[in-house]
Design a protein around this ligand. Structure first.
Ligand SMILES: O=C(O)CCC(=O)C(=O)O
Length: 205
């Protein structure tokens, strides 16, 4: 059973999502709809999107989405055997990073951008728990474009949670969330248009 606690800040509504061993904060209107639209257009056109192969059960397969990795000082990031070297921040990414830092009080030095071309693009169950993210990673996730369901499942309890991530929203996951939970973005026939997700992280090297 989950319940939502509504707190009104002077500028933005913050929803604390209550779940065991998780710290989840959701700002549904982090950006206005026109800001979200403008950022979506800018990022779709200007980020250096790539579709890599990763190894799944020993086989090379194409990642079912496009990705781009930006950050400080060519920070590298490895997952599922794929290492990406960070590209330098663009002006628009820096602008949104500053807004995210002001809203959350955390500092970030890297951003993994995902472009889901339509509802066929997806990310499977995983935790953002790579050692270089530290013991209690703070992940700040901005959604732009099509609204998609984001699912979480507890690693040892039979608890599941679905959050519909709307365009212009910000979701933060911190505390024990990455240690205790996995998350995914399931495939859906319902969604025909693209979505961009920016996940700001702090990488320790
Ligand atoms: O697109 C999303 O909302 C989730 C992205 C994600 O799970 C990740 O980048 O680790």
């Amino acid at each position: 059973m989950y319940w939502h606690c509504f707190i009104w800040s002077s500028r933005r509504q913050l929803i604390n999502i209550s779940a065991p061993n998780a710290t989840l904060h959701y700002f549904p209107s982090f950006l206005s709809q026109s800001q979200a639209y403008e950022f979506f257009e800018t990022f779709q056109q200007s980020l250096q999107w790539r579709q890599d192969d990763i190894k799944v059960y020993g086989r090379q397969v194409k990642i079912p989405r496009l990705q781009a990795w930006y950050g400080d000082d060519e920070l590298s990031y490895t997952y599922s055997g794929l290492t990406m070297k960070a590209l330098p921040w663009t002006k628009a990414l820096e602008a949104i990073k500053t807004q995210v830092e002001q809203a959350t009080g955390y500092q970030f030095n890297a951003c993994l951008a995902n472009l889901y071309r339509d509802g066929n693009d997806t990310v499977g169950w995983h935790s953002d728990d790579e050692p270089e993210l530290g013991e209690q990673p703070v992940i700040a996730s901005v959604s732009l474009g099509a609204e998609r369901d984001f699912q979480l499942k507890h690693k040892s309890l039979s608890e599941k949670l679905t959050i519909s991530l709307k365009s212009g929203s910000l979701l933060t996951m911190s505390g024990e969330t990455q240690n205790a939970w996995q998350h995914c973005l399931p495939r859906t026939k319902r969604v025909k248009s693209p979505r961009i997700n920016l996940t700001f992280r702090r990488v320790f090297q």
